[in-house]
Design a protein around this ligand. Sequence first.
Ligand code: ZN
Length: 506
Amino acid sequence: MARVIDERVNNDLAPLKERLATIGDLHSAASVLAWDRQTYMPEAGVRGRAEQLATLARLTHEMLVSSETGRLLSDVSEREPGSDDAALLRLARREHGRAIRLPARLVEETSRATALAEQVWIRAREESDWPLFAPHLERVLALKQEEAGYLDAEHPYDAMLDRFDPGASTQRMRTMFDELKEGIVPLVRDVSARLANDRAAPLRGEFDESAQEAFGRNVITSFGYDWSRGRQDRAVHPFCINFGDPDDVRITTRFDPECLSVALFATCHEAGHALYEQGVDPAYSRTPLAGGVSMGVHESQSRLWENLVARSRPFWTYFHQKLRDAFPGILDGVDLETIYSAVNAVRPSEIRTEADELTYDLHVLLRFELEVELFEGSLTVKDLPKAWNAKMEEYLGISPKNHALGVLQDTHWADGYFGYFPSYTVGNVLSVQLFDAAVEERPEILPEMEVGEFGSLLEWLRTNVHRYGKKYEPDDLIQRATGRPPETAPYIRYLSTKFGELYDLG
Ligand code: ZN
């Protein structure tokens, strides 16, 4: 008898799962179009592509909010707490609950407006033309503010944060940034007082692009990036993208022929995202459980490989000779300590994606504060460049030479990704907490890194983070993996120790 009931209970999920799989497919198809738009599409294709994406966004939305989906979600019997199916139901109900509050017109219009804004942003950034981009940003912001209105959160910006980091709030982010400001600002000040020579100089020169590409590919192959389930292309703004299953996870990078660190660290960063996606339980494919759980946890993976690994002494113990071999005649005589110090050179600069580890979070803090002000209505798009430059001066002591190096540098606002930036800092914080837990449990990780092996590290991440996809809420996942709730103290400690040693702060 029990068996008969079990089968009935299991089967009553099937129609819902099928519907969710279709919704997932539509979403994945849109992602393929978005990947193409950012890699190979001729610029003239922008209007047609914007329409295609808007249509897919509308169809996805219509299916998600339809009464049929609503009926399937409410008819299904409850699942055992802690099971995959219970998590699937929780996620599907949350998505449905969020979507049902947004008019289809708004979703479609946002998709179209952001596709156009992104294409305009590329040109505006190239030509440092703020007036070209400003009206598009105004349009995107107005749509996102309208969205926040429909979602009716405690603070309008909460609605933005929640999309990328379920459970995050403006208040919680403020607390995190306050703690970091207190720890990082004095450290930046102390280090800045010791910036006599340019430690990053060895990374600048003439570096053949194909040699850079080959070196980067070797590095991420050793990390465990599976090329049979991925590929790497070029993009203005590097990204990682997936299509709802771990068997096709693509990355992009960009090259600067005069600076070695741009492509290398972008490649390691995006590979970190990709390792996460490639490691999700394949059984979750085409379900709401597929993919990384939040952008904060996602960034913890990219930053872990970029910083805790690729900017570490153990990593360069092995790779410094490989790097010299890759660029004969250019890096001859550059030893381990010189490279280690070069890849960790602190230099307050304009561009977030090229920022050193120590000043990085100040770039994020600036964006977080501006976004909150935009959503609170105390700042307008028109005044954004001025506000940007003032904060750059306040936190980093520099004024951007032009808008391309300032307010126009990121694609996120064009994409409507307000609320995304704090994920980078959440990721930094979590990356250290996770790495510490991994090394504590598997002390062989560090000596393995010194010989160019990363198997134990990847295995720990796969076991404790990757495979779960979206099954656990972010805080729950971190608690399970590290035995502690998310906390900033280990991260501040890590920065103080690393840069204290590098800059002889005593
Ligand atoms: Zn990232």
